[in-house]
Write a protein that binds this ligand. Structure first.
Ligand SMILES: NC(=O)c1ccc[n+]([C@@H]2O[C@H](COP(=O)([O-])OP(=O)(O)OC[C@H]3O[C@@H](n4cnc5c(N)ncnc54)[C@H](O)[C@@H]3O)[C@@H](O)[C@H]2O)c1
Length: 394
């Protein structure tokens, strides 16, 4: 039985992925095998001695002490892409808000005088609606900065809306490149994207290299009249430079998810209260993905979507399995294999992967591995954690 401590409310749909006969879940466990959480901030002291894994139902992991976990051999998972559809749908909303005076027109109707008679009221509505006239998205150029899970999905929707889609991502992953429709034009630089896009949408993480990505210098390259949409992170845009660009008519509207005092009460700024991933489905998707990854790791040792361990998976072959993680130095695996050989334990299948300073191994053996053998392995220099699993788990 594996014990899992939860923090925050985890969608019941996610918890259903952890069957009761193998996983016991509680908010009370003091020394659990794993933690499952959303936004709760963990400290190093929450990572108790026997902790094996932490699953964060969400993309960011800045609420988890990753470096400490890596040193302790604790696997940290996140759920990349689980909220991509929620963000994409809001970005489409933002594009529509950007091309027509929808928000402004709704606000105008709200503040019309109720005391007017019907005819006067209808006349007021008609007389002023021209102020909210816009353009259509069809035929315009959408520039997507960052072509990961969300960016690729936004790019596809842009094509569906009849837009020309251009994208920039200097570090696109192979998986993301496969997901990207072939009709998205890849730009060689941010500047060339900014020069051509009528709508610019940002989908990059907040990293030292992306903070202030849209600043006075880059905004100077923007096609005049462009709309900027930001559902990535507030820090990616220099708000003061952006307000200057609006003032100069270079940017016609800024629609974003990250309110800041300087952006309040601005005509051409539409702010949302960080609604990007706020859907029931996104929360469920994150919980299901986090729970499934935890189940696969605790029961079978397989690792998918870890932020500090290499992706490692081996279909169970014999029903007997050892997993071990060690510092990524030469000779560890051969020492482990010789301990197994000394105990007449044959290995029928294995996988060994590394990432930065961590190596992770799954070995299927032809018989049960007793505790004294595991003790001998964990005594080896550089070995952090070793587990024996009954890998006949269903
Ligand atoms: N508004 C919200 O509530 C909300 C919700 C979810 C995610 N987000 C934000 O959206 C971001 C993107 O999410 P995702 O799931 O698509 O992430 P992802 O990791 O799948 O994709 C990010 C992409 O950005 C690219 N990139 C990195 N630096 C770049 C640069 N300088 N220029 C161009 N591309 C660059 C990467 O190569 C990667 O392909 C997240 O990092 C997060 O900050 C916001």
């Amino acid at each position: 039985m594996f014990t899992i401590r939860t923090y925050n409310h985890i969608s019941p749909l996610g918890l259903q992925s952890l069957p009761e006969h193998t996983f016991s879940i509680s908010e009370q466990y003091e020394t659990p095998d794993a933690l499952l959480l959303r936004s709760h901030t963990l400290t190093e002291s929450d990572c108790t001695a026997n902790l094996l894994a932490i699953a964060r139902a969400g993309a960011g992991t800045n609420n988890v002490p990753i470096e400490h976990c890596s040193k302790q051999g604790i696997v940290v998972f996140n759920t990349p892409g689980a909220n991509a559809n929620a963000v994409k749908e809001l970005v489409i909303t933002a594009l529509l808000l950007g091309c027509r005076g929808i928000a402004e027109g709704m606000h105008y109707v709200q503040q019309l005088d109720r005391e007017e008679n019907d005819a006067d009221f209808a006349q007021q509505v008609e007389a002023n609606k021209k102020a909210f006239k816009g353009v259509e998205l069809k035929g315009k150029t959408l520039g997507v900065v960052g072509l990961g899970a969300i960016g690729a999905s936004v790019a596809s929707s842009g094509l569906d809306l009849g837009m020309n889609v251009i994208g920039f991502d200097p570090a696109i992953s192979v998986d993301a490149a496969w997901r990207l429709p072939s009709s998205v034009t890849r730009m060689e630089s941010l500047e060339s994207l900014l020069q051509h896009a009528d709508f610019i949408t940002l989908h990059v993480p907040a990293l030292p290299q992306t903070i202030g990505l849209l600043n006075a210098a880059t905004l100077a390259k923007v096609k005049p009249g462009a709309v900027v949409v930001n559902f990535a992170r507030g820090e990616i845009v220099d708000n003061h430079a952006l307000l200057d660009a609006i003032e100069q008519g270079v940017i016609s509207k800024y629609i974003h998810d990250f309110p800041a005092p300087e952006l309040q009460q601005r005509d051409k700024v539409i702010s949302m209260p960080h609604l990007g991933a706020s859907t029931i489905e996104a929360e469920q998707n994150c919980a299901v993905m986090a729970a499934e990854q935890l189940r696969e790791f605790l029961a079978l040792g397989n690792i998918t979507n870890s932020v500090n361990f290499p992706s490692t998976a081996l279909p169970p072959s014999t029903g007997h399995r050892i997993t071990l993680c060690n510092h990524n130095v030469p000779g560890v695996l051969s020492n482990v294999l010789s301990i197994l050989a000394d105990h007449q334990i044959n290995v029928s299948d294995m996988i060994n992967k590394s990432r930065d300073n961590i190596a992770y191994n799954i070995l299927d053996t032809e018989c049960i591995v007793e505790q004294d053998v595991l003790d001998a392995i964990v005594e080896l220099d550089a070995v952090m954690k070793v587990r024996y699993l009954d890998a006949s788990y269903e």
